[in-house]
Design a protein around this ligand. Structure first.
Ligand code: ZN
Ligand code: ZN
Length: 342
């Protein structure tokens, strides 16, 4: 099979992903093999390819927003095994999504509390194990997500990380219907979150440098789109920071009212500059968002189908993954890039 693999990290301009021919992997116990149809391109992939996030081994195949069809089940090749594992009936021929969370231990205090996203033995798709920039990948049967029929492959891919983790960020910011919410940065995740917030009747203010992203936000129903640091007539109730720029965390905190909250939807971020205690004072809350749980995935996909959430996508062939990541780095498209695999 063909795969786009990373042998050593380098700036994306040097095209570090290489097209290679590798054997089709065989599923082990509890695993399924998935024939990949489409895979979303996440900002985290760029951090991995450029070496800001270091995977446990090279080469590695990135990609953790994978849509495909189960094509083989590991021994004992029985659907009952899958049901025992997680109530998930992923059978051969079923269309599924593979998110960032590849597996967790299932036994530690975090897993037992339903916080498997914080499990110390957690493993990630396209990082700890090979991901979806390939024609096939292996996944743990209990962590694959059945996909609603009404969402096509290219539309579904961005939902699997940008959507699910964004949805968790909205929950961690404790957003209530009707509130004034600020989104700092407007890429793949924010453009999906905006649609959820509109459904909740929130008034959404978007802060981004890119004029194209500002227009995109207004088209999707933001009341204002402007550069971060622009003055606001009234404070925000809640804010979510998407862009991996530490200074935006301070901008966001300065924009929320006393008792407000800011969540940070970023796996990697530049250092947050020091700020006076008065910026946090007034019971403002600040919270990072680490990955997402299986439950977040189920909830968000059901919501996306019910609301008809639309992903803005730019489609590239699998072997153009370097170009897709370069365009992401330069903010050359709105929404998300999706690799079409088969
Ligand atoms: Zn655990
Ligand atoms: Zn991601």
């Amino acid at each position: 099979m063909q795969a786009q693999r990373l042998f050593s990290p380098a700036p994306i301009e040097q095209q570090p992903l290489r097209r290679v021919e590798v054997p089709v992997p065989e599923p082990g116990p509890g695993q399924v093999r998935i024939r990949v149809a489409a895979c979303g391109v996440c900002h985290t992939d760029l951090h991995i390819v450029e070496g800001e996030l270091i995977p446990p081994r090279y080469p590695v195949t990135p990609g953790h927003q994978v849509v495909g069809v189960v094509d083989a089940i590991g021994p004992p090749r029985s659907p009952f095994l899958l049901q025992e594992n997680g109530g998930n009936e992923a059978g051969v021929g079923q269309r599924v999504g593979v998110p960032w969370l590849h597996s967790a231990c299932g036994e530690c205090e975090f897993c037992r509390r339903g916080q498997e996203n914080l499990c110390p033995r957690v493993r990630f798709t396209g990082f700890s194990v090979d991901g979806g920039y390939a024609e096939y990948l292996l996944a743990e049967a209990r962590y694959v997500l059945p996909l609603p029929d009404e969402i096509c492959d290219e539309q579904a891919a961005p939902l699997l990380c940008a959507g699910i983790v964004g949805y968790r960020a909205l929950k961690k910011a404790q957003i209530q219907p009707g509130q004034r919410v600020g989104l700092f940065g407007f890429g793949a995740s924010a453009h999906l979150c905006l649609q959820v917030l509109r459904h909740w009747g929130c008034e959404v203010h978007v802060f981004t440098r890119s004029a194209a992203h500002q227009r995109h936000a207004l088209e999707l129903g933001a009341v204002r789109a402007m550069e971060a640091g622009s003055s606001l007539e009234q404070s925000l109730d809640r804010a979510v920071v998407f862009a991996p720029a530490g200074e935006l965390v301070v901008r966001a905190l300065e924009s929320v009212r006393p008792g407000g909250a800011v969540s940070i939807n970023a796996i990697h971020m530049s250092a947050i500059p020091s700020f006076p205690y008065s910026t946090l004072w007034g019971e403002r809350m600040l919270c990072s968002v680490a990955n997402a749980t299986y439950r977040d995935g189920e909830e968000f996909l059901a919501l996306a189908a019910a609301l008809g959430i639309h992903s803005t996508v730019t489609v590239y062939p699998l072997w153009d993954s370097n170009a897709a990541l370069q365009d992401l780095k330069a903010s050359r498209f709105n929404g998300e890039a999706v690799l079409k695999v088969s």
